[in-house]
Design a protein around this ligand. Structure first.
Ligand SMILES: [Fe+2]
Length: 486
């Protein structure tokens, strides 16, 4: 392996750090690398071309009071494949907040587990006051540019997906929404459009927008909600966008006193807003379903007069307090997908009658479902889901879920080795939905190393096709994506 260090950063975290999300698989990285001639066990296929991007949280500074993993500064990792070779880069996302805190040498904004009153700065980004936009949650590629985003809304930071060169902030030609953009903008590979939403504490509480294939903000509408909500993801079909109003949001009473405490309201339904992709606020149709919170959708598509939406239903979105647990332990129950009971689920919206039917798709705890991106918004058969670790936020493996047969193929990694969100990379010239590769980064806490695994998407349980060593163990994080190569 040949490596060059692009930049080293100083960490002010304690040397004997024992925070569960700054140690083990979540140990932050401080060095940016460029690496090539990577060590490979197996062989990188010639028909694997494109780039796998992974966003991770990497704090360098102690929090003002209490650290939550979603406060960590975004660091993007890129591995690109062409002609049987791979190159790797990693870079901090140079957000305005990251740069300001580096200059100050201290944390300036309040984290999500802290009161906004603790922040040293009065400005901030996103749906909550006095908070930093870490751009650490998600990454997509639109028009050949990687865009990182933050779950509580903020800017979109642009990077070259192949080199991670900093390309500045997205402006949509001066029309970037003042409310920011939420994590999980959606790319329609068939039209070249990017669909997005944002949310906040001021009416109408949500907006929906479309950026066209030329990069213009072509559509932007109000999505009026009954009050501030915390939607995390959206979905789309060929003709519709689907937004959601789940009954888990900041307690309105606490919010009036300046506290941002998430609460589940089981007496309220889950509501889905179905919007013609270029439709008006008046054209939104709302469907009601069982109360839950959904972190991520798998896919949506049209089936005659119905819209099918697959995602992960949580049976206990607000895990009950366990006697004897510390405040942090209670807080981090919201990161344990077992405690929340996340399972694959299907909603069907009947556009003729306005009815909604629901069906559980699997009894297994799973989340972070990825599909072959060419099938987004179109009927799909397969999803590649993360097999969560129990008791904390990590992935022990991958589950290929056949949604037609209802079967599951489970790939469990060795004890102490964890996966990233696993992307599906269609093979060049692929002829079917699962004709391609699964790509993920591992965090091996036994041997203190990371690899990129390339698996056969048709039979992921086979021996890996390639295992590629990365220069250093990466931190765990949230989302990843695949962008097909040139
Ligand atoms: Fe997410």
């Amino acid at each position: 392996m040949k490596t060059e260090i692009h930049q080293r950063f100083e960490s002010k975290l304690p040397a004997d750090d024992d925070h569960p999300y700054r140690t083990g698989a979540w140990r932050p990285q401080t060095v940016e690398y460029d690496a090539w001639d990577l060590e490979v066990v197996g062989e990188i296929p010639d028909d694997l071309a494109g780039v796998y991007l992974r966003n991770t949280e990497n704090p360098l500074l102690p929090p003002i009071e209490r650290y939550h993993p979603f406060d960590g500064d975004g660091m993007l990792h890129s591995i690109s494949f062409a002609g049987g070779e791979a190159r790797y880069h990693n870079r901090f996302v140079r957000t305005d907040g990251f740069m300001a805190e580096r200059e100050a040498g201290e944390t300036l904004w309040a984290g999500i587990a802290e009161s906004p009153k603790l922040a040293k700065r009065t400005d901030g980004w996103g749906a909550r006051p006095r908070m930093k936009d870490a751009s650490s949650t998600d990454v997509v590629v639109h028009r050949g540019v990687a865009l990182t985003s933050f779950w509580l809304c903020g800017d979109l930071y642009r990077l070259d997906p192949y080199t991670l060169e900093d390309l500045g902030k997205e402006s949509f030609g001066g029309r970037f929404p003042a409310e920011g953009v939420s994590a999980h903008p959606k790319i329609d590979e068939n039209t070249g459009e990017m669909l997005f939403f944002n949310y906040g504490t001021d009416a109408p509480y949500m907006h929906y927008g479309v950026v066209d294939a030329e990069g213009e903000l072509a559509h932007y509408i109000d999505v009026p909600l009954p009050g501030p909500r915390l939607p995390h993801d959206m979905a789309f079909t060929e003709n519709f966008a689907i937004v959601n109003d789940c009954p888990m949001f900041w307690d309105p009473e606490a919010m009036r006193a300046g506290h941002y405490a998430t609460r589940f309201f089981p007496e309220l339904p889950t509501r889905f807003g179905v919007i013609p992709r270029r439709g008006s606020s008046q054209q939104i149709r709302w469907f009601e379903a069982e109360p839950t919170f959904v972190l991520h959708w798998i896919n949506a598509y049209e089936d005659g007069d119905e819209i099918v939406l697959d995602g992960f239903f949580q049976s206990t979105p607000s895990p009950p307090r366990v006697p004897g647990m510390t405040l942090n332990e209670t807080l981090f129950r919201y990161l344990d997908l077992y405690a929340m009971g996340a399972r694959a689920h299907r909603w069907r919206f009947d556009l003729k009658t306005g009815a909604c039917r629901e069906q559980r798709l699997s009894d297994r705890i799973m989340e972070f479902g990825m599909i072959n991106g060419r099938y987004a918004g179109r009927p799909n058969r397969y999803s590649y889901n993360a097999l969560p670790a129990e008791g904390w936020f990590g992935f022990e493996g991958i589950v290929k879920h056949d949604l037609v047969r209802g079967t599951e193929e489970v790939v469990k990694l060795p004890e102490g080795v964890f996966a990233s969100e696993t992307a599906m990379a269609p093979r060049i010239g692929s002829t079917s939905e699962d004709d391609g590769y699964l790509v993920t980064f591992t965090m091996d806490t036994n041997d203190d190393r990371s690899e990129c695994l390339v698996l056969n998407a048709a039979s992921p349980g086979d021996e890996p096709i390639a295992r590629i060593t990365l220069p250093e163990r990466i931190a765990s994080g949230t989302h990843a994506c695949w962008h097909a190569g040139r």
